[in-house]
Design a protein around this ligand. Sequence first.
Ligand code: FES
Length: 353
Amino acid sequence: MSDEFGSHKDVSENLPSAHGAHSGDAVQHDPFANPGLPPHEYRRQDIDEKAAKHSERVVAGLFTLSMLGTIAFIACFVIFPVDKIVYIFPFGHVSALNFSLGLTLAVALLGIGVGAVHWARTLMSDEEIVDERHRADADDELRENIRQQWITGARESGFGRRKLIRTTMYGAMALVPLAGVVLLRDLGPLPEDKLFHTLWAKGKVLINSNTNKPLRPEDVVVGSLTFAQPEGLQESDEDFQQQIAKAALMIVRLKPEDIKDKREAQWGHEGIVAFSKICTHVGCPISLYEQQTHHVLCPCHQSTFDLSDGARVIFGPAGHPLPQLRISVNGDGNLVALGDFAVPVGPAFWERS
Ligand code: FES
């Protein structure tokens, strides 16, 4: 007889025998009577060799599909250049390489997974077995032993006699969780519109972050990458880290004929363009510039942006292009901002439209 629901011995003696023949008395007296195993149902594949052969072919077909998926994955990796963009309904414009690699790898993995499940469900052994469980509760002797130890411990600690200690201990235990509760205050205050604004404003001079001097157009040559910050921001400022984390800029000079995005050219000055240095994935600072392709690479998760095409994402997990800052030159010949960024810098967040 099976005792798979952990019934006590005296109860299980009243249970029906295996294979589900209920006795009316047992059901009446024990609402949790062990129903036993239902009659075994044979699958079609167990009794029909033709059906078994068909299942075998289906499983082999799925594993073959997986192999084709892997071969296609390798082929796509070789065929598609990293910056090839294609239109795929309903996703819109996507990287051909990313899309094809994801699709073919999914086919390869699903082929193995679905094949293994189908094999197990149709062809592997389908025999029901009963695995007897030991009793889950402690026996009477052990329970009595623990009860005695508890009583002895309480008596020896004086918990019952020493009312003052008992009361203050309850007080201490009730108060200690408050330490965790007050820490919740640090979740606020809400940032309000701080994530939408940086220190950049009309007329703010771009300061070279290395030399600490105003940046002039002639300082920025083709092929170089320069970092800049707003004038007036000092490392000694209390909120320096917060402000530089939003306002840091990357400046490059591109040949006008290399700029693919018309608006990008208009927002720059004679081929000099300024983009946020903060990755739009999770906010790492970007600093790797490939001058031949005008790509910049984020070292954290390899998001790659094309600075000659509006800093569009061409690879990796970032969801937005790097925001561009409109710049010009002031009467002193220094590069200046023409306002703040048009969109929030850095990673996406819930209120960002
Ligand atoms: S933070 Fe740049 S790719 Fe993740």
